[in-house]
Design a protein around this ligand. Structure first.
Ligand code: SF4
Length: 725
């Protein structure tokens, strides 16, 4: 560059918002980000970015970045050097472990973390401290899909690839406003529709959304009735003979029980239950059942439910009954909410999981990982999932919690309960790149984390594709990559446990200090990845053929990618063999069950919460970009004109929305397209942007009994107009 000009460089990365995992080229001068553009070579997006992705560089630099550890006296903060901050954290943890045992401490992490962060945090909790209480905010979005896949197919994995969108002639979108939540996936669906006159798209959603506009057939089902709808479709598939008997006989089990169950789901009854037309139900079955290749795409509309696992298995049943899996253009494709929710599961970053798709409940898996780590054993009890974890905290059973890169005060259901829990905890540590989150107000210790583009890492997107994210610029101040903070904390905790006189485990390295140094001898993100990679050897997700260098040379790759492979596998189960004991996929036969909290005379309206197009989660990043408020400036309550008229509520008028747990005050948006009796509130706005608009003051802590995922998609509420404007 000449004098006075800035030498702009580009570094390869991946957008840190949704699970689409679009490739991004960060433009920078080595110190500051100057811009971004879509990576034309990344197979998730081929150069495209949505509105959020295009403004990413505007979210990194800001006065609210956490740049040094702070010890909080609730309202004020005292800066500390890392050594002192980690010493205080370690003293707190060691004291609680000494007095109450390792089950009194917990970690609550995030699908925003990289694979390396997740691996080290999980090893710290399960391998060093001895607690399985480590859950992630992916519990709030993906857990039911995980449970459904494992239950039906024997493995937690999306069996499809994005290219299947181009190859399908039926796309069934259910419980997904793809146009807002996964915009680049939606563009690909639009392209497929434009290029393939035979493609038929079915959209099932209680709300008419920008996604439903692409539908050839729109099913406006009553909230929570998905299982009935899916069983009703299967009933018709069987009646009409649109099933693949050879596939069922050769590759599945449990068919007769399911067939007997769905006999009762006749079209008339199902149409009444779901509040849709019988003819539309029949047409949906016909499109799906006669398709050459049928692809289902879904997201939180199925997952965020007290019956989320059942909804997932009922959808997978359709694919198994028609043999629509393991072939081009076909399969059940769950769209991951967050950028690395899948990578987190791969390394075992959930309370019932261990690295390499192993399970805590499996003694052989515990033994394998204990041997690999060189520790005496893994606690045989799965830890608590998010909602029960915060409930245990409120009861005083969890006394210290380490929250990483997430904002539970805003994002968890039943906000008042979460606040009570954090207030009761003896020690709350918050590790984040941003200071001003709603959860920060309850933290004793704030630890500054490096953000996107400030460290190198791996993430896995919705189609099992692993990308290498480069470091473009240094992290500000004293901020560090999350995995480095966990490593350094382990060293400090080792010393604190030695000082406290905590009894030594059976396999000891002479001291806790020496043990920490052996278990966490990581110097780079790559050294963490190389250790994790070994845990996948011979497993369903084997990635022993991948390395940072290979990903840089050949670009992002789908797993499995075992040693010796030339490329990853686009789709799974092409051979009809499933990773179950019998090698067959399993039909599940869940009965339809109503929502956890139905409407009644006091709370007569149904509330759905969800995403807006231009905001991400609790807005710690997108809330910095002025342009992203143009789409929606505040949380608006979408309400049907008839409901508004009955309540005397005008468009733009403030109203109070109440549930059994709390109240919010928001402005009404009277929408002719809103379903009668059903309201919608966006999930993003916290006290920083809308003082009384946090939708999770209203939601309930009911969870799916298998997946632990909360029911965000149905809360019984009432609405009252407020007199002032
Ligand atoms: Fe980022 Fe998702 Fe938009 Fe792609 S679609 S640019 S991953 S927010």
């Amino acid at each position: 560059a000449g004098a006075g000009t800035v030498a702009v460089r580009e570094t390869r990365s991946v957008c840190p918002y949704c699970g689409t995992g679009c490739g991004v080229l960060i433009q920078h001068d080595g110190q500051r980000m100057l811009g971004v553009r879509g990576d034309p070579d990344h197979p998730a997006n081929f150069g495209r970015l949505c509105t959020k992705g295009r403004t990413l560089h505007q979210t990194v630099h800001g006065a609210d970045r956490a740049v040094q550890p702070l010890w909080r006296d609730r309202d004020s903060g005292s800066p500390l050097p890392w050594s002192e901050a980690l010493h205080r954290a370690a003293e707190g943890f060691a004291g609680i472990i000494r007095a109450h045992g390792p089950q009194a401490v917990a970690f609550y992490v995030s699908g925003q973390l990289t694979t390396e962060d997740y691996y080290v945090a999980n090893k710290l909790a399960k391998g060093f401290i001895g607690t399985n209480h480590i859950d992630t905010n992916s519990r709030l979005c993906m857990a039911s899909a995980v449970a459904g896949y494992k239950s039906s197919l024997g493995m937690d994995s999306v069996p499809c690839a994005y290219e299947d969108i181009d190859l399908a002639d039926c796309i069934f979108l259910i419980g997904s406003n793809t146009a807002y939540a996964h915009p680049i996936v939606f563009r690909r669906i639009e392209d497929a529709k434009a290029g393939n006159p035979n493609l038929r798209i079915i959209v099932a959603d209680p709300r008419r959304t920008p996604t439903t506009s692409i539908a050839d057939l729109y099913l406006p089902l009553k909230p929570g009735t998905d299982v009935a709808l899916l069983h009703g479709i299967l009933h018709i598939l069987i009646w009409e003979g649109w099933i693949d008997r050879a596939f069922i006989d050769t590759h599945t089990e449990g068919w007769e029980a399911l067939k007997a169950l769905v006999q009762d789901y006749n079209p008339q009854t199902v149409a009444e239950t779901c509040a849709i037309a019988v003819a539309d139900l029949r047409r949906a079955a016909e499109i799906f059942g006669t398709a050459r290749a049928a692809l289902s795409l879904w997201c939180q509309g199925l997952n965020q439910s007290a019956h989320g696992t059942d909804k997932n298995t009922a959808l997978i049943n359709l694919h198994l009954a028609t043999g629509q899996i393991g072939k081009p253009g076909a399969g059940p494709f769950s769209l991951t909410g967050q950028p690395n929710a899948m990578g987190g599961r791969e390394v075992g970053g959930m309370p019932a999981l261990l690295p390499g798709h192993r399970d805590v409940l499996n003694p052989a898996h515990r033994e394998e990982i204990a041997r690999f780590w060189g520790v005496e054993g893994i606690c045989p009890e799965p830890g608590l999932t998010a909602v029960p974890l915060f409930q245990a905290m409120e009861r005083g059973e969890i006394k210290a919690v380490w929250i990483v890169c997430t904002n539970p005060v805003l994002s968890m259901p039943d906000q008042a309960q979460v606040i009570r829990a954090l207030a009761r905890a003896e020690l709350v540590i918050l590790q984040d790149a941003y200071l001003e989150t709603e959860t920060g107000a309850y933290a004793d210790l704030l630890l500054p984390a490096a953000s996107w583009g400030e460290r190198e890492a791996l993430v896995t997107n919705s189609e099992r594709r692993i990308s290498h994210l480069g470091q473009a610029i240094p992290a500000p101040g004293a901020a560090l990559p999350d995995w480095e903070i966990f490593r350094d904390f382990a060293y400090a905790l080792g010393a604190a446990l030695d000082e406290s006189g905590q009894p030594a485990p059976a396999i000891m390295d002479g001291s806790w200090t020496a043990r920490a140094q052996r278990l966490f001898a990581f110097s780079t993100a790559e050294s963490v990845f190389n250790e994790y990679r070994e845990t996948t050897r011979g497993r369903d997700l084997d990635i022993t053929g991948l390395s940072f260098a290979r990903l840089d040379r050949d670009g992002p790759q789908q797993w499995p990618f075992p040693e010796g492979a030339e490329k990853g596998r686009a789709r799974l189960y092409g051979d009809g063999i499933f990773p179950t004991p019998s090698g067959r996929a399993r039909f599940r036969a869940p009965a339809y069950a109503p929502v956890a909290e139905d409407i009644d005379a006091r709370y007569p309206l149904r509330l759905i919460t969800g995403r807006l197009r231009d905001q991400w989660h609790s807005m710690s990043r997108t809330g910095k970009v002025t342009a992203l408020f143009q789409h929606s400036e505040e949380p608006l309550l979408e309400i049907h004109p008839r409901d508004a008229q009955r309540l005397g509520l005008k468009d733009g008028q403030l109203c109070r929305v109440s549930s059994r747990r709390g109240k919010v005050v928001v402005r009404a948006q009277v929408l002719a397209t809103a379903p009668p009796g059903v309201l919608f509130l966006p999930m993003h706005f916290g006290t920083r942007f809308a003082p009384a608009g946090e939708c999770n003051r209203l939601t309930l802590p009911a969870i799916d009994p298998v997946s632990g995922e909360p029911e965000f998609k149905h809360t019984a509420v009432r609405v009252e107009p407020l007199a002032f404007a």
